[in-house]
Every structure is written in structure tokens, then in C-alpha cells.
Design a binder for this molecule. Structure first.
Ligand code: IPT
Length: 997
């Protein structure tokens, strides 16, 4: 392991049975707590260094706030670690912690200390990204609801804004400061102070200075950076001296990029893009990427690991997982490696769920992102390729200090070979891609490898969207790899010698040349491998085809023994490199611990799986998830399980249609007699919205009244006049938001916003004709429900997040009266308590202002006995919102990990175009998403374990909002098994309050 010492220590500490035993965990933290040791983080143009040792940060983005079940954070971190990442990058969402100015919560699902401690325990470095602004497809880009009421422009040094940001930073910086590698208390290695601030005037200059000073004052001692949106050369550290750059109070310069294109509108992959040179092979200059800051390492704070998906698409995540899939990773990420970019973080690596009211208008509930780990916590093929790439990066420290080598001209001009040299170790890296790298043909070629070991003409091949990262003149442990046309997956010290795993594409020829003083003994244990020794050069040349797994043992020749595993790519992916062991077979290896000759492994099996362990000789017995495994020694010195590890057993789930469902109408506000005496009058407020109603009308913007998420109701009274026949409502509803209107209890209709990309329509004007019989003089009552599907982000730092939500203005008019405005006296009601949220455990994002939410109908334990029995086979459409409730018990096996989903309607179709209804899905009181039947594309909603209780009673509550037209009623609801493996880690039910009268 080439981790910094503290991580080396952690790796050792990690060598305990995963997390099955919390006592052990405590012991681990205790050990860590006893010995906090400060570490120096420095850098040069090549890489970060920890205590002088170079580090390649191979990272993935993960958002704890998108998984409201803290035990699952560990599951994801373990999967990242196992998949070859050594760093996790996290955004923190200010709004997630602050429902009201001055009020902050860092407990339960908001416990970021816990998350950072877990990352340390799992042996991952952390890059913290604390906002204040993060974007992240979050409502308001992570700003809290209350901030939109500020008149001051956000992300400047306006005192009102700074004062607010100060509140947040004082708290989140303190959390980060407790987990820094520099103090030895954690593994945070770098800290981001703003995100993509591409307005760079004096007010922003002062703001950035203030953010950096604040971080330092709050005890943050790791390097500070900003994430530049694309490559503008903004906020580079002082002394960069590149014309056109903007200096900032940063230590490192970082930028992001999402090259490679996206899926087509019909959700099929478009052709591959060309991988850009954003480092040493780039054009240079301020906009060249890493070259904007020549004294700091190439740092991609975000590089596309997928892409987000929008309301009304055809469901892109599966497509994204292909388009930005394994080929994309190999080409684009390898190109970054060739470019010497030694900090790379892939956004997202686990996307998760924008549950409740977290999503910005540009996304729906699922934030799967097509990333390496899917929303149901399964490893995609992408993760297995990341493992191969990440294990390579971890095993070959030479990659942290690469310069451009002599240009290499391959024999085929349809191929490009990047050639880098580590002038300290003398090794060479050749990164082979198509020319251009978007090409996908089948090219065979040769190129010349010229190193201190001699000159060789090397045959290779590149086929499909792919790259190869080949090492030459490389000191592989005690061996000298002259060159290989196979890629290194990993190598480790093993007993008295080395163990190396190399791989190539199935069926392709491979050759590996090793240097010896005298002819070594070559023993082919398995597979078809030819060897020849060239005594003049001392070269042992192995030739073979990559197929399954070949094993060779080489002894003598003046070197320590080498066990060489030559795999095809897929076989290589069945290996897991743990600290000092190599394991083959299971779907996931989470942890290992050796004690008295017994190696205890933990992990998951997706199916019956072999288990083979290459462990130090001292290990004579193996346990898997606590159970003894009968093994036999193999000729290659490993231990092989005599029988496969069992895969998961089938599970059965309750048929939701058969439950005892109850139903109740949920829009009593529509009734003219509804008692709104406790509601607030819309008067005396001034919001911060960038969109305002006409002068003379009261501020209607829901935010001005402290209602920041979800649904909001308005009731307006006016005196009618025969010539008033039209109601016009200007409103803000976010992506695919909507509004429903009643006059004197009669449903006038609804208006829906278009959620599509590139920019969803987030505000709209809805016009309703008043029914003739309701135009009389006398008092009339309007009831309006606005669904706010998220506030805008502030991508361009122009206060776009402040655009009004709820009503903006209302007018009553008639022919010839133009916009004659009959005064309407409005009252407003959003989520119960407004900023004084009623459920701090589930939090601000959980609830809007539906009547049922205000009354606790979504909560477990709500007494629904008096509700009507619902016929789920024949649900009826009602204008407004109708609630359905049911409970079910689960008793799934504790030895397995199941991710459950809730699906509505036919999952094969992205939407039901003719069914105009939407559903808020509450599971045990948690708002786990919104289904919009006529918009789509999401019909299946992930229910994270801990929210859903796999071993207990669960309550479902569905709030169905419809226009009441025939057919616009709830479709069949099903519980589905999205993924089951044997293994997993213990996941506690997230404690949250039940209904209290
Ligand atoms: C970049 C943001 O930094 C990040 O928060 C997220 O929004 C991501 O994109 C897209 O998912 S913004 C950049 C693509 C303009």
C-alpha cells in the first residue's frame, strides 16, 4: 500500500471484520484517537505529497445527503474503496442543515462528522466541498430556503450575504477541521471554498478572500481550492503568472469537465467523443486546464462519471451508464492520466436519490447519474473497470511524477501513443488510444519502446472505445518489467517475492518481457504461455493470448520469485486487491483481517461464486462473512474454496395490491367553507425574488412567508362582478411543477410546467375562464395549490435561485377591462410551521404544505381506521389530492442485502402520456420521491434500507394529485426487488418520530 502513513495505519486498523462488530469499530476509533499524528501536505506541479510521499488522488463524488440512511454511507464507502478509489469527494448542502436562519442541525441523517469518520475508518482520503454554493442539481444549488429572501446578491461580499454564509461556514468548517490529515484526526486532504464562481469582479474577489480567511480562521489547514467551471483559469493560486488567469486565495487550482457528449434524446448512446488534453499535452495558457496553474498538480475536482437526467426524458440513466461507460472511462480517464492529472474525482461515483424536495428543477428524484455504483447500490461494470484502473494507479506510484517523453510514432496513424517518463524512477508509461480517441475501429500496430533497458518494437492492438496503459522499464516490486503489452491491474509483495496481475482484452495476444541476470526457471501452472530467454539481453519473453487466467511462476535468474497472473479483462475484474492479499471470485470484498493464521474476509456474493485467496503463507484458514470456508492449496500458492460461496437466496415480497389500503380526500382547502383563519395574510412582506408581481399587488412568493419546499396553498377572497370572466395566475413551480385552481369549491383546472432540458420552464402563466354561474357579485373564494418542484440553481451567480415560487401575481379581468385587477385578499399556507419545521429529524426537505402532510397523514402510526377502504384495482380520479395508506411487514434475511423499489404503473414505459396525475411517495414518513405519470421518466423509486425496514413493519402513504379527468387515477403500485446479494452490512432503521396527535 502506498498510502500516507496514517492511511497505512488505517489499512491495518481496517483489517478487522468490516463493520459487523461495532465494538471493534469503537476500538478502531479509539486507536485512531490515541495517536493523532500531524501530517504535512505539500505539492508541486506533479502531485500532492503527504509527508513527502507522492499521492495520486483517484476519487469519486458521493453525497451523504442523497442517502438518508447513515449506515449505507459505509456500504458505499466500502464499495468505493473496494473498487479502487482512494478518495471520496463530498459536497455539503447548506440548505440540508438549516431550515431557518440561525438554526442548524448536524444530527442523524445530517451527521457529517459520522460520515467523515467512516471515510477515515474505511481508508479513504476526503475532499470536502463546503459551498456555500454547490450547484449539484439541488434546489437552490444547496442554498437554504431562507436565503432567497435576502435582497443582497449572493456570492458577493454583500454584508447580509456574508453574515449568512458565516453562520454556515462556522459550523461546517468546524466539522471539516475535526477530520483533517494535517492534524492527524482524519483523512481530509483538500478543501473547496466555492464552486464554479465564474463572475470575477471586485465583489467576488473580496468574497473569495473572505471565504479563504474564514476557512483558515476556522482551523482548516489542508490545501484550499475552488472548482473552476470548465477551464477559465479562474481563482488560480498566486504566482501562477499565466496571462489571462484570475488569481484567488487558493493553494491549488482545480477545474471540472464533462466532455464526451450525452445520450441522444431517444436515450440511445451518441457516438463517443474525443478525450481532451487538459494537462501536459494540452494547448497551455489560461484556458488550457491544468496549465493555468503551472506550479500545482493537475486537479480535476469533477470529471464526468455520468450525467443527470431530467423530467420528461425517456430515462437516460441506463444509456448514460453505457455512453459514459467502460470504454469512456478507459479512454477519457486514461487520457487524463497521460496528461499528468494526478487528482481526479469522478462526479458522480454513487449518485443516490434526490429525495423529498432536494431536487433542483433540472432533475427528478433519481440521481442515479449512470455512475459506477447504481442508485440501488449495485456495482456496474463501470465499477469493475474503475477497480482495474484504480488498482493500477495505486500499485504504480511512478504515475505521480510523469513528464512528457520523446514522441512515439506508431506504425498505424489511426492510433495515438502518449509517452511519459518518470525521470526519478526511470519508468515509462505508454497510453494508447485511437486517433482521434473517439474512433472505435480495430487497429493493429507496433510502436517503439525505448528505455534504459533497450529498444523494442512492440505489437499492440486497440479495438472499440478503449485505451491501454502500458508500463515499461518499470520496477515491479523485485522484478524489472522491460515492457508488457498487457496492462498492470495490481502487484504486491507476496511471501518471498512478488505477485502480479496483468490483463488484456479477451483473445488478444500479449507479451511480457522481464529482465534477469541469468536464465530463470519458468513454470506454467495454468494456461498456454510460451517463454523464451534472450541471454544477450537477459530478457525473458512470455507470449500468450489473454483468455481466462494463465498462471506462471518464475524463480531464479537472480531475482526473488514472481507469480504472474495473466488474465483477460473480465477475469481480471473478478480480483479484489486488499491491503496485502489478492482475492478472486466474489462480487465484492469489503474487508479482511488476519489473526493467528486465519484470514477473515467480508463481502457480498451476487451468485454462487468461487473464492480464491492469495494471502501470505502464514494464512492457513479462511473465513467468509464469519463462516469457516474449507479450502485447499493450489499449485500457484493460493487457497481455493472447495465449494463455491453461496449466492443469495430468492426473496418473496408482499403483494401491495393485497394490502388493506385506506383512502381519504386531501384537498379540503378547495371547499369555500374551509377554515383558513390560522393562515397568514399575504401582506407586509418583501421577498428577494428576481421575479415580482406588478406594483400594487402584495408579495405572493411563498418564500417570503417562510415556505420553502413543496406544495403551497393560497386562498383568495374577492368581490365578483359580472364582467369579470378571466383569472390569470403567474406562478413559479420549478421543473414540471404545477398549479390547481378551484373557485367557490369548483375545480377550474390545472396548469403544468414543461420540465424538459436544456432549461426547464420554471415559471408560467395560467389562465382560467370563470364559470358563468360563478361570476355574480358577492364574495367568491379562490383556492390555489402550487407544487414547487424546486428552486433554480445559481449556476451563473446571478441570483437565479431567487426566482419566485408559488404565486407571483393574480389578476381578474374581463373583456374591455384589460388587466383590470379586482383586489383579491390572499392567505397562504405551506408546510406546517414554515421555517420552524415540525419534523427536524426528517428535516426541511421532507415536507411541503399538503393538507395531509400538515396533519401527519404521511407518518407511521397515523390513525387511519376511520378512512374509507380503498379499492386499489379500481382507483378513481379526483381533482385535487387523494391519500392512500397501507402497512406491510418484511422479514428479509439478515444475511442478505436487498434494495427494494416501489414502482407505479408499467415500468417498461417511461410515462403514461394520457394519465395526468402525480404521486408523492412516503415510506415510513420519509418523502422518497415524486412520480409524475404523464411526464416521467421515473416509475421505480429506490427505497433505501434503513428508511424501509427489511425486518419490520413499514407504512406507505401516497399523496395522489390529479385533475380528476377519467383515467387520471393511481396505477398499480408494486414493491420490487431491485437487487439482492448475500452479504451486506448491518443497517439500522433510521430513528424518526411516528405520528403524534
Ligand atoms: C457542475 C457542478 O459543479 C456540479 O455541482 C454539478 O452540477 C455538475 O456540474 C453536473 O452534474 S456544473 C458544470 C457542468 C457546468
Amino acid at each position: 500500500m502506498r498510502f500516507a502513513p496514517v492511511l497505512g495505519l488505517m489499512a491495518t486498523l481496517l483489517a478487522t471484520p468490516a463493520v459487523a462488530d461495532p465494538a471493534r469499530l469503537d476500538a478502531r476509533s479509539a486507536v485512531a484517537a490515541k495517536a493523532p499524528r500531524a501530517h504535512a501536505i505539500t505539492w508541486d506541479k506533479y502531485s500532492l505529497k503527504v509527508d513527502g510521499q507522492r499521492v495520486f488522488s483517484w476519487g469519486g463524488e458521493f453525497h451523504p445527503f442523497r442517502v438518508p440512511s447513515p449506515d449505507l454511507w459505509r456500504d458505499i464507502l466500502q464499495k468505493m474503496k473496494a473498487s479502487g478509489y482512494n478518495t471520496v469527494a463530498v459536497y455539503f448542502d447548506w440548505g440540508y442543515h438549516s431550515p431557518k436562519q440561525g438554526v442548524y442541525d448536524f444530527s442523524g441523517v445530517r451527521d457529517m462528522d459520522r460520515m467523515l469518520t467512516m471515510a477515515q475508518e474505511e481508508g479513504l482520503y476526503v475532499i470536502t466541498r463546503a459551498g456555500p454554493y454547490v450547484n449539484a442539481e439541488l434546489t437552490r444549488g444547496g442554498f437554504p430556503g431562507w436565503l432567497v429572501n435576502q435582497q443582497a446578491r449572493a456570492r458577493t461580499d454583500a454584508p447580509e450575504y456574508l453574515q449568512a454564509a458565516d453562520e454556515w461556514l462556522s459550523r461546517i468548517n468546524a466539522v471539516v477541521a475535526r477530520h483533517q490529515l494535517t492534524t492527524g484526526q482524519g483523512t481530509v486532504i483538500a478543501h473547496q471554498i466555492e464552486n464554479e464562481l465564474d463572475v470575477v469582479g471586485p465583489a467576488q474577489q473580496r468574497y473569495m478572500r473572505w471565504l479563504a480567511d474564514k476557512a483558515r480562521a476556522d482551523g482548516i489547514t489542508v490545501p484550499i481550492f475552488h472548482n473552476d467551471k470548465g477551464r477559465n483559469g479562474y481563482w488560480v493560486p498566486k504566482g501562477s503568472n499565466v496571462p489571462g488567469t484570475v488569481e484567488g486565495p487558493t493553494d491549488l487550482y482545480a477545474f471540472d469537465g464533462y466532455p464526451g457528449g450525452n445520450c441522444k434524446v431517444d436515450s440511445t448512446p451518441s457516438s463517443p467523443g474525443v478525450a481532451p488534453d487538459w494537462g501536459i499535452y494540452g494547448p497551455g495558457g489560461a484556458k488550457g486546464g491544468a496549465s493555468a496553474s503551472p506550479n500545482t498538480p493537475g486537479f480535476l475536482a469533477e470529471f464526468g462519471g455520468g450525467w443527470f437526467d431530467y423530467w420528461g426524458s425517456n430515462g437516460d440513466y441506463d444509456c448514460t451508464a453505457i455512453h459514459r461507460g467502460v470504454g469512456y472511462q478507459r479512454v477519457f480517464y486514461a487520457t487524463n492520466i497521460a496528461n499528468g492529472i494526478t487528482l481526479q474525482s469522478f462526479y458522480m461515483t454513487y449518485g443516490g436519490t434526490s429525495w423529498g424536495w432536494l431536487p433542483a428543477p433540472v432533475v427528478f428524484t433519481s440521481y442515479d447519474y449512470g455512475s459506477a455504483i447504481d442508485e440501488a447500490r449495485g456495482l456496474r461494470d463501470k465499477a469493475r473497470v474503475m477497480k482495474q484502473m484504480g488498482e493500477f494507479v495505486a500499485a504504480v506510484p511512478d504515475l505521480t511524477r510523469m513528464d512528457k517523453g520523446e514522441a512515439v510514432v506508431p506504425s498505424n496513424d489511426k492510433v495515438r501513443v502518449y509517452h511519459n517518463v518518470n525521470t526519478e524512477t526511470g519508468s515509462h508509461l505508454y497510453v494508447v488510444v485511437h486517433n482521434p480517441s473517439s474512433a472505435t475501429g480495430d487497429e493493429t500496430f507496433t510502436f517503439t519502446v525505448k528505455t534504459r533497458d533497450g529498444q523494442y518494437v512492440v505489437p499492440s492492438r486497440i479495438k472499440g472505445q478503449d485505451s491501454k496503459m502500458l508500463m515499461a522499464s518499470y520496477d515491479l516490486g523485485g522484478q524489472r518489467l522491460v515492457y508488457s503489452t498487457s496492462e498492470i491491474q495490481t502487484h504486491l509483495k507476496w511471501n518471498d517475492g512478488d505477485l502480479a496481475l496483468l490483463y488484456g482484452r479477451t483473445g488478444e495476444a500479449g507479451e511480457t518481457v522481464l529482465r534477469y541476470a541469468s536464465p530463470p526457471k519458468v513454470e506454467v501452472i495454468e494456461g498456454d504461455v510460451q517463454s523464451a530467454f534472450d541471454a544477450a539481453r537477459g530478457d525473458l519473453k512470455l507470449t500468450y493470448a489473454h483468455k481466462g487466467l494463465a498462471r506462471v511462476r518464475i524463480t531464479g535468474g537472480g531475482r526473488s520469485p514472481l507469480t504472474l497472473l495473466l488474465a483477460d479483462a473480465e477475469t481480471g475484474q473478478t480480483f479484489w486487491r486488499r491491503d496485502d492479499v489478492l482475492v478472486r471470485g466474489p462480487g465484492l470484498v469489503r474487508g479482511e483481517a488476519a489473526k493467528g493464521g486465519v484470514l477473515s474476509l467480508t463481502g457480498d456474493t451476487e451468485t454462487d461464486s468461487p473464492l480464491e485467496v492469495f494471502a501470505p503463507k502464514a494464512v492457513t484458514a479462511i473465513r467468509w462473512n464469519g463462516a469457516k470456508v474449507a479450502t485447499k492449496p493450489t499449485a500457484s500458492g493460493s487457497l481455493l474454496a472447495e465449494r463455491p460461496l453461496p449466492g443469495p437466496a430468492a426473496i418473496t415480497l408482499p403483494d401491495l395490491a393485497k394490502l388493506d389500503w385506506k383512502t381519504a380526500p386531501g384537498s379540503p382547502e378547495a371547499d369555500p367553507k374551509f377554515d383558513d383563519s390560522a393562515w397568514m395574510r399575504t401582506e407586509g412582506r418583501r421577498g428577494g425574488s428576481t421575479v415580482r408581481g406588478p406594483t400594487g399587488q402584495p408579495t405572493l412568493d411563498m418564500s417570503a412567508y417562510g415556505f420553502h419546499n413543496g406544495d403551497v396553498w393560497y386562498r383568495g377572497r374577492y368581490h365578483g362582478r359580472a364582467d369579470i370572466d378571466t383569472l390569470t395566475l403567474h406562478y413559479g413551480g420549478g421543473g414540471a411543477g404545477m398549479l390547481q385552481v378551484w373557485l367557490d369549491g369548483r375545480f377550474l383546472g390545472q396548469h403544468e410546467l414543461d420540465g424538459g432540458l436544456p432549461r426547464p420552464i420554471t415559471t408560467g402563466v395560467a389562465t382560467f375562464k370563470l364559470p358563468e354561474d360563478l361570476r355574480g357579485t358577492g364574495e367568491h373564494v379562490l383556492s390555489v395549490m402550487v407544487r414547487d418542484n424546486g428552486h433554480n440553481w445559481d449556476l451563473d451567480a446571478d441570483d437565479f435561485h431567487k426566482e419566485a415560487r408559488g404565486l407571483v401575481s393574480a389578476s381578474l379581468s374581463g373583456p374591455g377591462t384589460y388587466s383590470f385587477a379586482a383586489p383579491i385578499a390572499w392567505k397562504i399556507q405551506g408546510n406546517k410551521g414554515g421555517e420552524d419545521i415540525q419534523d427536524p429529524v426528517r428535516g426541511d426537505a421532507n415536507n411541503g404544505g399538503q393538507y395531509g402532510e400538515r396533519e401527519g397523514w404521511h407518518l407511521p402510526g397515523f390513525p387511519d381506521a376511520a378512512w374509507a377502504k380503498a379499492d386499489m384495482a379500481d382507483t378513481k380520479p379526483y381533482a385535487g389530492t387523494t391519500w392512500y395508506r397501507a402497512s406491510f411487514d418484511l422479514a428479509l434475511s439478515k444475511d442478505q442485502d436487498t434494495t427494494l423499489g416501489l414502482s407505479i404503473g408499467d415500468p417498461a414505459l417511461p410515462r403514461s402520456p394520457n394519465k395526468r396525475y402525480r404521486v408523492l411517495i412516503f415510506v415510513n414518513g420519509w418523502n422518497m420521491g415524486q412520480f409524475i405519470a404523464n411526464v416521467g421518466p421515473q416509475r421505480t423509486f429506490v427505497l433505501p434500507s434503513g428508511i424501509v425496514d427489511p425486518h419490520g413493519k413499514n407504512t406507505l402513504a401516497l399523496a395522489v394529485t390529479s385533475d380528476g379527468a377519467p383515467g387520471d387515477a393511481l396505477e398499480a403500485v408494486k414493491l420490487v426487488n431491485l437487487r439482492t446479494v448475500r452479504g451486506g452490512i448491518p443497517v439500522a432503521r433510521v430513528p424518526a418520530p411516528d405520528f403524534k396527535p
